[in-house]
Design a protein around this ligand. Structure first.
Ligand SMILES: *Cc1c(COP(=O)(O)O)cnc(C)c1O
Length: 471
């Protein structure tokens, strides 16, 4: 069911080096973390809440393209993009110029008070770029969680129904409603309740863990549909909320057929199908939106992260009739659609088009996946630690398990990420079981730098395979 209009056709662009301010190279001048980072860590401990943790122990002084330079002068290859945010690079020239131009004029007026063109232009662009050629409207917010909350508000009001379905391993944010929608308890939910009612959790399609016996996408969708019909009833269900490729939950790519079957059932029963593309959107998976891969046209799409080159902005775009069902003044917020963030978004979108970042995401997949799969084959499941290699575009993952099993191995996952950091490569982890290494490089990364980072990652994985330990 591949969308014939999908951009996934033709030759892949070269991962050429684009002009950058900082040299695109990995360079360690001190131990990691260095003395200046350590001093900041001390000040932090005295002033910052200990609940607000950082994955990396190094403090940033500058960042550009796919390189982050720390306060000790060390340069790291960034394979995380600040969690899929800086897809256009850490200080993309077009974004920097657009932001500078906008702040020199006005930083804020509040769109609810005195509106401005940038907001309208972003809405026009999102209407053009999101799947489907139906009439679409947009409303802008600040964070991914806020977009998800508002999509649920819209779906409930428009349908007059209350129940909302989310899936195993889902991540939708940390506000009260989105905590309820998020699957994983620690650290996101534990002792933060009570949670919002009328949220129901359904089984996800997780091909690696649905392999014995093999469960097809369609069968996995029917399993969820059966539960929705029995436990909720379609006539009580306002919305199905799903990440087309799950992010924090482990970069889980559902089996082909899962999403289209759910979307079709939703359409038949007047249930609003909401694609949470906060992490998977904006060229990350090799299309503008991950929903496009199987030709799914969501009723509502939530977007944030990659939308504005690092500025805080989020959006709900979707069927005009749903968005306009809400009474005037029913949606909004002081900062929603901030003019500086809108200017950044327009520049980021332009950069994505000019440099064919969707094509580059596919080129990244073509470079990385075969290499990781070859390594997985070579190490073998008996030696571990690679259980699965998966993903699409530049949203790629390695699931680590104990040798000869599918038992999650979060310790090795952390150790491999730490090993990479010590060698100047930033790699993030994720997953319900904390056993997934996720690769989210900026889409502007050059082939040379990406290959070098992969050498480091491959070396770390080899060192942590059982076979290597026995030698
Ligand atoms: C990150 C994320 C969110 C929450 O976004 P915030 O901006 O952190 O509130 C919601 N949904 C998905 C899929 C995400 O990856």
């Amino acid at each position: 069911m591949t969308d014939p209009t999908s951009t996934r056709q033709g030759a892949l662009p070269a991962l050429s080096a684009l002009p950058t301010r900082l040299p695109q190279r990995r360079e360690l001048l001190t131990e990691v973390p260095g003395p200046s980072s350590k001093r900041l860590a001390q000040r932090r401990a005295a002033a910052v809440a200990s609940s607000a943790v950082s994955v990396m122990p190094v403090y940033v002084a500058d960042a550009d393209g796919a390189v982050i330079r720390d306060v000790d002068g060390n340069s790291f290859v960034d394979l995380g993009s600040g969690i899929a945010v800086t897809s256009v690079g850490a200080s993309a020239p077009a974004v920097v110029a657009a932001v500078a131009e906008q702040v020199a004029h006005f930083t804020h007026t509040c769109f609810m008070v005195t509106p401005y063109e940038g907001y309208i232009e972003v809405a026009e662009e999102l209407g053009r770029l999101t799947p489907g050629d139906h009439a679409k409207h947009t409303v802008l917010f600040n964070s991914g969680a806020e977009a998800v909350e508002n999509a649920v508000k819209i779906a409930r009001l428009a349908t007059g129904r209350q129940a909302v379905v989310a899936f195993d391993h889902a991540y939708h944010g940390r506000t009260n409603l989105t905590m309820a929608l998020t699957a994983k308890s620690m650290p996101y939910k534990t002792n933060f309740g009570p949670f919002a009612p009328e949220v129901y959790r359904m089984p996800m399609s997780y091909p690696y863990r649905d392999a014995h016996p093999h469960i097809s996408g369609k069968t996995a969708a029917k399993r969820a549909i059966d539960q929705m019909e029995k436990q909720i009833g379609a006539s009580s269900l306002a919305a199905i909320l799903i990440e087309p490729i799950q992010g924090e939950g482990g970069f889980i790519v559902p089996a082909e057929g899962f999403l289209p079957t759910l979307a079709e059932w939703a359409r038949e029963h007047g249930v609003v199908f909401i694609a949470d593309e906060v992490q998977s959107g904006f060229c990350r998976t090799g299309d503008w939106f991950a929903s496009e891969h199987e030709g799914v046209v969501p009723d509502l799409i939530t977007m944030a992260k990659g939308i504005a080159g690092g500025m805080p902005l989020s959006a709900v775009t979707g069927r005009a009739d749903l968005l306009d069902a809400v009474h005037p003044g029913g949606l909004g917020g002081t900062y929603g659609g901030n003019p500086v963030a809108c200017a950044a978004a327009l520049a980021a979108i332009k950069t994505m088009e000019e440099h064919d970042l969707a094509g580059r995401a596919r080129a990244i997949e073509a470079l990385v996946l075969p290499r990781l799969r070859a390594l997985a084959d070579e190490l073998g499941t008996a030696e571990g630690p690679i259980g699965d290699v998966r993903g699409r575009g530049a949203m790629l993952a390695i699931e680590l398990v104990h040798s000869g099993s599918t038992v999650p191995d979060p310790e090795t996952t952390r150790a491999v990420a730490a090993d990479c950091l010590a060698q100047g490569v930033l790699v993030l982890t994720c997953g319900t079981y904390g056993n997934v290494l996720r690769l989210l490089p900026p889409l502007v990364i050059s082939e040379e730098l990406l290959s070098e980072a992969l050498d480091v990652l491959e070396g770390a994985l080899r060192r942590h395979s059982v076979a290597a330990q026995e030698v």
